[in-house]
Design a protein around this ligand. Structure first.
Ligand SMILES: *Cc1c(COP(=O)(O)O)cnc(C)c1O
Length: 380
């Protein structure tokens, strides 16, 4: 089945045997009747499993060409579950260029439980290999990265993880399964914040993991049930509903982002545009090979003639809304220096390339001309 058909027909079609509803109902129940103590039914208690959730988990798995899907109450709850596969003394190799919330749970929580994290440049094989020792258990990567849209070579990293018998975990939130499928490139687990493109309407917080390895899936289902950070049936319903238009939305996100990237590049007040579709992007060839399109996020730096130039620009926008998050139908604007990356000291931030003049756009699916004219009016 092709992707566009899968987004609509994945999951279990006959979830509702009583009324044959075409869509999966919201099973708003905490428990299920057990017909007899000797013969347990499929669903018993809704922390362990719920039909609305099970259907969505199967859908997300199928979109990532995986066997198993495991749903969580947020993206970070999914990250939390992966880290609970580890034990004190274990080590993880990850990127310097990481989603802020991922860095926070690594360094602010699991470090205190004796897990060690090494932050390296994952496009440098030598740097990865020099950090591998007998305690290393996993490599955690994210691509494209936030907010500078660097691309990490999943296949190249997976060769290292396979050689040293490490688990490779890929956060595929920014790309979505429409643009890339990390399991096909050698990853062991794919993680999603479905709060972004999969849900797609900025109305639900949820996360998910997928894998095709049965032993990993069994451990993750155990953690899901034992730790209990599960999504509710309404959240699962909203995410399932969002997924049905993922292919349509992603195509428009990519088209609009491309139009905006070219517009900004030509503007005299813009210093630099970060978008992997430009041939001058440092990993453009890799992006072309690894991804099916270049995504819906565009970042750019304004020419800095005063300190708060980005803030002044943002205040003039009318269609783009200043808000955290990305991947919804509506266009959002973010200011990494004062929002997602505010907790990083200014000097370190600057070294990472995140100046006060940097702006991140989550380009929505509105009319591209309206979006460009909004940017144009704010750039005068
Ligand atoms: C948003 C996000 C997360 C965290 O997900 P939540 O659903 O907000 O908990 C993790 N990784 C990336 C890349 C994200 O954008």
């Amino acid at each position: 089945m092709k992707f566009d058909t899968k987004v609509i027909h994945s999951g279990s079609e006959s979830v509702d045997p009583t009324y044959n509803s075409v869509n999966t109902p919201i099973y708003q129940t905490s428990t299920f009747k057990i017909n007899s103590p000797e013969k347990h039914s499929k669903f018993q208690y809704a922390r362990t499993s719920n039909p609305t959730r099970a259907d969505l988990e199967q859908t997300i798995a199928q979109l990532e060409n995986a066997e198993y899907g495991i749903g969580f109450s947020s993206g970070v709850a999914a990250i939390d579950a992966v880290l609970k596969l580890l034990k004190s003394g274990d080590e993880v190799i990850t990127s310097k260029d990481l989603y802020g919330g991922t860095y926070r749970i690594f360094n602010g929580i699991f470090k205190n439980f004796g897990i060690r994290f090494h932050f390296v440049d994952l496009n440098k094989t030598d740097e990865i290999i020099s950090h591998i020792n007998k305690n290393t258990k996993a490599i955690w990567l994210e691509t494209p990265t936030n907010p500078l849209l660097n691309i990490v070579d999943i296949k190249a990293v997976s060769k290292i993880s396979a050689k040293y018998q490490l688990k490779l975990v890929v956060d595929n939130t920014f790309a979505s399964p429409f643009l890339q499928n990390p399991l096909d490139l050698g990853a062991d687990i794919v993680m999603h914040s479905t709060s972004k493109y999969l849900g797609g309407h900025s109305d639900v917080i949820m996360g998910a993991l997928v894998t095709s390895e049965k032993t990993l899936a069994d451990k993750l289902y155990f953690i899901q049930n034992a730790s209990g950070a599960i999504p509710g049936p309404m959240d699962c319903f909203l995410t399932s509903r969002g997924i049905k238009t993922l292919h349509l939305r992603m195509q428009r996100h990519c088209d609009n982002a491309k139009a905006i990237a070219y517009y900004l590049k030509s503007h005299p007040k813009v210093e630099k545009v970060y978008w992997p579709g430009f041939s001058g992007h440092p990993q453009h060839e890799l992006a072309r090979k690894q991804m099916r399109n270049f995504g819906g996020v565009v970042s750019f730096a304004l020419k800095k003639n005063k300190e708060d130039i980005a803030i002044e620009f943002i205040k003039k926008l009318e269609i783009f809304t200043l808000a955290e998050s990305l991947g919804g139908v509506e266009s959002l604007v973010g200011h990494p220096a004062s929002m997602s990356h505010a907790s990083i000291p200014k000097a370190k931030r600057k070294k990472m390339g995140i100046s006060n003049a940097l702006i991140r756009l989550s380009v929505g699916v509105e009319d591209a001309e309206d979006l460009i004219s909004d940017l144009k009016n704010a750039l005068v």
